[in-house]
Design a protein around this ligand. Structure first.
Ligand code: CIR
Length: 253
């Protein structure tokens, strides 16, 4: 059960953020509207939402998920692998002090982005990506081990972040896309396979009684509804242009 979410408003500099996509430049006004709808979707899932002010210094700072990993036992502040984003953790540390007594840190040369971390009950899966290195993943494993959490480290082949292509919906149901389809690390799960042409919808978020999904991916939506979940759709086009998935826009705890 999640009670709380943290998001950060987008700033005008959002359009200058990092991206590898060829989907064109995001529209700031449209992104603002989509972000507001995302916050409303979270609220519909019965969580209190803390909305941080935009920070023009950091174009990608709306993707708060990369700056921390939050568990019921501790908060962990990451060490984001992209230089232009690393400073985002400074303010997030302070924000988290309002919610957590125990805060852990990933230290250089370890690098880790929250988008590479997926929690399934008492176990974490950590992707090795261009943003998360082995030193960061091993530090994470050691830290979370102290709290009784296990960690499996998974090298990524193509996906940007681990959760770009795999997300846990609860009840042993795992949404998998691309290189994670039939991946041996996930063999014990009931795999919900995302079609290649709907790959972006591999990133959905289970929030209490609902699953929030990006709008426009009917195949994935239907598969999730068929499992009995209530689906909330949100427009994500402007965030997709900046390589951002649904989960990236919030920290949930
Ligand atoms: C970046 O390249 O860091 C941002 N443009 C996108 C971050 C997406 N975050 C995520 O998948 N957790």
């Amino acid at each position: 059960m999640f009670n709380h979410a943290i998001v950060r408003k987008i700033g005008k500099s959002f359009v200058n953020g990092l991206t590898t996509s060829d989907l064109g430049n995001p529209n700031y006004e449209k992104a603002l509207v989509q972000h507001e709808a995302y916050v409303e979707a979270l609220k519909r899932c019965s969580v209190k939402v803390t909305v941080l002010e935009s920070d023009e210094r950091y174009p990608d700072s709306t993707f708060v998920e990369d700056t921390a990993v939050l568990t019921p036992k501790c908060a962990l502040v990451t060490n984001p692998g992209a230089e232009s984003r690393n400073g985002e953790i400074n303010e997030m540390k302070e924000v988290l002090k309002d919610f957590y007594d125990t805060i852990e840190y990933i230290q250089s040369p370890g690098m880790l982005d929250g988008g590479d971390v997926m929690q399934v009950e008492d176990h974490f899966y950590v992707g090795l990506s261009t943003r998360t290195n082995e030193a960061g993943a091993l530090q994470f494993k050691d830290i979370m081990g102290k709290y009784g959490y296990g960690t499996t480290i998974i090298p990524l082949k193509k996906f940007f972040h681990l959760k770009t292509g795999v997300n846990y919906l609860g009840d042993n149901n795992l949404l998998v896309a691309g290189e994670f389809i039939n991946h041996e690390a996930f063999s014990s799960f009931n795999q919900i396979i995302v079609k290649e042409e709907e790959e972006y919808s591999g990133n959905c978020v289970r929030m209490n009684d609902c699953v929030i999904v990006p709008k426009g991916f009917e195949g994935t939506k239907k598969k999730i509804e068929d499992l009995g979940y209530t689906v909330i759709e949100v427009e994500m086009t402007e965030f997709q242009k900046q390589d951002g998935g649904l989960s990236c826009l919030s920290l949930r705890f």
